[in-house]
Design a protein around this ligand. Sequence first.
Ligand code: G3H
Ligand code: 13P
Ligand code: ZN
Length: 321
Amino acid sequence: MIVPTRILFEHAYGKYALGAYNVNNLEQAMGLFRGNMESQAPFIIQISKGARSYTDKRMLEAIIRTAEQIWPDALFAVHLDHGDEQTCYDCIESGFYTSVMIDGSHLPFEENIAVTKRVVEAAHAKGISVEAELGMLGGVEEHISVDEKDARLTDPAEAEEFVKRTGCDSLAVAIGTSHGAYKFSGTQRIHMERVAEIQKRLPGFPLVMHGSSSIPQDEVERINAAGGCLKGTKGVDPAQYLPAAKLGVCKINIDTDGRLVWCRVHREFFRDHCDKFDLREPGKIFMQEYAKFIASRNELLGSAGQLESAREYALKALGKK
Ligand code: G3H
Ligand code: 13P
Ligand code: ZN
């Protein structure tokens, strides 16, 4: 069942974080639903602009709607990841998404506020929630000046003002993480103290952590042993997921780790079976391995085992119980 993102956040706040997993194709969707059902977790499916244009945006929608029929007990929200203004409007109009992200983090503060406000107005008119972003995602070295560091990490006072003035429903905060497989060089780290300061300013308000893949080293080693050449990769310590959740982080975005699972499965398969070319053989292995991966992340996020309680909460909130 697709439920409003807001309701999932209300259930999770301060207790656990929802895994927000990107999907691009059928195999990812299958592994995602299986993994969440196996671990009995509510979750968020997120679709990026790139995913929408990989084939045709209607294709992903059809896959997800079909998965909803195959797994009627699944409980999830559908979210646009890193949207620009036009893509937000397109998703709001579609009637499929329960939340959109307007990413104005590259804009000056006032311009970010202006675009976020416009999207909030359009989204709220249709009961859809809006995630905004403030601060610059990316590692912060210890040796850079305090001013420069502050300019990159989300400023707690600015976050408070931004949320009040835009009316957004959740906020992606820059706390030292970055997208992809190469996070944290040198003394870079995750700034949990910054999350705590932001929560103090915005009690009860859902925060979002992007760039949260953990880049498992055993996965990278297997990829490299099968012909890959990934060097210097590093990710978020997944033991940080729950402490972040306790500080109001309700949504933890994980995409790159899934790509690594895909890469490892396919590299190993073709290394070990140089005579094979049926896409379904590695595809089946990938779906199983991705499901396993999702279930393992949900354990770390604390969302595993929350499905029935979240369903009860959602049904009551929607007036269906
Ligand atoms: O933060 C970005 C997500 O990992 C999605 O990546 O834009 O390549 O689909 P993408
Ligand atoms: P990763 O690259 O760490 O998986 O982050 C994904 C993300 O933030 C999607 O918005
Ligand atoms: Zn992101």
